[in-house]
Ligand binder design. Structure first.
Ligand code: NDP
Length: 280
């Protein structure tokens, strides 16, 4: 067998409709990189063999999506700092003979946010406590956020994230129940929506947030990338807020992944345009 190109890719299930493939292949082509990023459908029972195969074939790295983000850890040789705290991995990087697990979900978000505001020292309200919220919360805490209020429907999940943040990072976190319309405190700098509300096809859904409590000096970010302009972001723009969309988070994850694998800084605009052209 000949493997002429450095291989990277995604272990996903199911493999269909993976925008990451289009985005990363576009970056490879734009920068003249003779690399490939391929999507491989991997069933949970086959994960160990898939990782062994990637090792045997000398893959430079790969992404893991749900349901592999936690299960893959036992097949790796080490974890990056935030992946270890989050307890989930979405990017695997070869370092010599070792496979190291990283989590770029939150880091991509922070990179996208930094184009508008530096989270260091800021007061944050975060809606959600699932996988995406957990990754975003840990990264934003490691980036120096002063305070994080976790607002979540289920108190148990919300409190678990608060405990993790207080135990493992330097931020001050507290849980706030989500009952009815949530009024964002006036001293908030950054509002982050990280639940699945508003995701296609439920594009008319909007999280129960008191829109009148949003002030023009707040930055409002939404993790939903499909559609990029959610009802929440449109409402926030109507209140004069600066906004960050979920597409920026997805693109920046890709930029960070490609940097890990190839060492190169790729152009985020090429990747964003590729995603927009897909008309997700
Ligand atoms: P999870 O299933 O792990 O978590 C879902 C979260 O949404 C929980 O906090 C859940 O609350 C909350 N939620 C769901 N429905 C409702 C509702 N009707 N009312 C109130 N809260 C609700 O999902 P993920 O964290 O993995 O993903 C969340 C979103 O983030 C997805 O839409 C995904 O597309 C997006 N995402 C975007 C990425 C990007 O690059 N832009 C990357 C990764 C994810 P509870 O705990 O009470 O159930």
């Amino acid at each position: 067998m000949n493997f002429l190109l450095p291989l990277t890719g995604s272990f996903a299930q199911p493999a269909a409709e993976n925008p990451t493939v289009a985005m990363i292949e576009a970056a490879y082509q734009h920068h003249g990189l003779d690399w490939r990023y391929i999507n491989v459908e991997v069933a949970p029972d086959d994960l160990a063999d898939a990782v062994r195969g990637a090792r045997a074939m000398g893959w430079r790295g790969f992404n893991c999506s749900i349901p592999h983000k936690v299960a893959v850890i036992e097949h790796l040789d080490g974890l990056g700092k935030s992946a270890e705290i989050i307890g989930a991995v979405n990017t695997i990087v070869r370092d010599g003979d070792r496979l190291i697990g990283e989590n770029t979900d939150g880091r991509g978000f922070v990179a996208a946010l930094r184009e508008v505001v530096d989270p260091a020292g800021k007061s944050v309200v975060l809606f959600g406590a699932g996988g995406a919220a957990r990754a975003v919360a840990v990264e934003i805490a490691l980036a120096g956020a002063a305070r994080i209020a976790v607002v979540n429907r289920s108190a148990g999940r919300g409190q678990a994230l608060v405990d993790l943040l207080n135990e493992r990072t330097g931020t001050q976190a507290h849980y706030a129940p989500w009952e009815g319309k949530f009024a964002v405190p006036a001293d908030t700098d950054i509002v982050i929506h990280a639940t699945s509300i508003g995701l296609y096809p439920d594009v008319e859904a909007i999280p129960e947030i008191d829109i009148d409590s949003l002030k023009s000096n707040m930055v409002v970010a939404d993790g939903i990338h499909n559609p990029p302009q959610t009802r929440l972001l449109r409402a926030a723009q109507g209140r004069g807020c600066k906004t960050v969309d979920g597409l920026a988070m997805l693109v920046q994850q890709g930029v960070i992944g490609v940097k890990y694998w190839t060492g190169l800084d790729v152009d985020p605009l090429v990747m964003r345009q590729t995603l927009l052209d897909l008309d997700l």
